[in-house]
Design a protein around this ligand. Structure first.
Ligand code: NAD
Length: 332
């Protein structure tokens, strides 16, 4: 049995984590869950946003599945997600986007994986606000070692999965240092992978290409802010945030998460779609080498997604979270 830290999160988080637990249990996946929450809930209960018990659990288990956590906008505490990524050097944010039969989208044949650098750039936390002059500085710190780690992770993934091309998205024409470093490091690392084509695109062109011909992309690698935006854009190509998976991976720990938010508008109503978290849990099963269970659950999920009427409202169906979960379980 592998023990996994389970962070249910806020809003719809507990509903979708219950769904994943039920499906794992029905599929006899050999994992046990150690449940620890974070954010406003634990702050209200025990005065800790990131409880010591959660950190101890993460450090022990090294693998976690996380529901969405509410972050106050423009005030209040620093994002729990960003804190965890930086504390444990989870430098690779991995976001697959693949067309699924039955899920409505404007495109067909999209099958790409985006690697977003997850700890540096404009999200380094280097912010200065001069109240008197009313000037705000957000410093984008990019390091050579940080670029090397994310680019290597992208090429390694491409190599393992037989992908033909890695596209580096950057703004090196304007950001002569912070933007150029990713590109120069990529050119060096690409030499170690002669069977994989490397191409680079300036981020604005990249956005246009993605919404016109997304099927041309295979693996994409980019810096933190661009990756944050591009990864949601890519989700939009295949049905939206409710259906895509995401992982934060470092050398010693990995946190798999629902990439959508806590959806306070539908929380507690039994309407939440658990697909995004379930797909992240499937990624987690590959990571811990329980691939047969991953394929089994993925097959049951895809077979359910192919029938709209068996799915939740956001996918055009009328099933509740629990009914959708049962429909997946019935196909295991
Ligand atoms: P959101 O993703 O929570 O909601 C956007 C819309 O999508 C809403 O209409 C919601 O009902 C719908 N939606 C989202 N997930 C759904 C699901 N699984 N099934 C059905 N419908 C779904 O985005 P938001 O409203 O901008 O953010 C709400 C809160 O979540 C904020 O506090 C934000 O900071 C937080 N957030 C957390 C994460 C995270 O923890 N990874 C990510 C994004 C936003």
């Amino acid at each position: 049995m592998t023990q996994i830290t389970l962070i249910p999160g806020d809003g719809i988080g507990p509903e979708i984590t219950e769904a994943v637990k039920a499906i794992f249990s029905a599929a006899n996946v050999p994992v046990t869950w150690e449940e620890e929450n974070a954010g406003q809930t634990t702050f209200d209960a025990k005065g800790e946003l990131l409880p010591a018990t959660l950190l101890a659990s993460l450090e022990k288990n090294k693998v976690a599945l996380k529901g969405p956590i509410t972050t106050p906008v423009g005030k209040g505490f620093k994002s729990i997600n960003v804190q965890l990524r930086q504390m444990y050097d989870l430098y690779a944010n991995v976001r697959p986007a693949k067309t699924t039969p039955g899920i409505t989208s404007r495109f067909e044949n999209v099958n790409l994986v985006l690697f977003r650098e997850n700890t540096e750039g404009l999200y380094s936390g280097l912010e200065i606000f001069d109240e008197r002059l009313q000037i705000a500085d957000s410093i984008s710190r990019v390091t050579k070692i940080g670029c090397e780690k994310i680019v290597r992770a992208a090429f390694e993934y491409a190599d393992r999965h037989g992908c033909k091309k890695v596209t580096v998205a950057h703004k090196a024409n304007i950001l002569k240092h912070a933007g150029a470093m990713l590109l120069s490091v990529s050119k060096e690392i690409a030499k170690d992978y002669p069977n994989i084509q490397m191409e680079d695109k300036i981020i604005d062109n990249m956005c246009m290409q993605l919404v016109m011909k997304p099927e041309q992309f295979d693996v994409i690698v980019t810096t933190n802010l661009f990756g944050d935006i591009l990864s949601d854009l890519c989700a939009g190509l295949v049905g939206g945030l409710g259906v895509v998976s995401g992982a934060n991976i470092g050398d010693n720990m990995a946190i798999f998460e629902a990439v959508h938010g806590s959806a306070p508008d539908i929380a507690g109503k039994g309407l939440a779609n658990p697909t995004a978290l379930l797909r992240s849990a499937i990624m987690m099963l590959h990571h811990i080498d329980l691939k047969d269970y991953a394929y089994k659950i993925e097959t049951a999920l895809d077979a359910t997604l192919a029938h709209k009427e068996e799915c939740t409202g956001d996918l055009g169906g009328s099933a509740s979270t629990k009914e959708f979960t049962q429909n997946i379980i019935a196909k295991l």
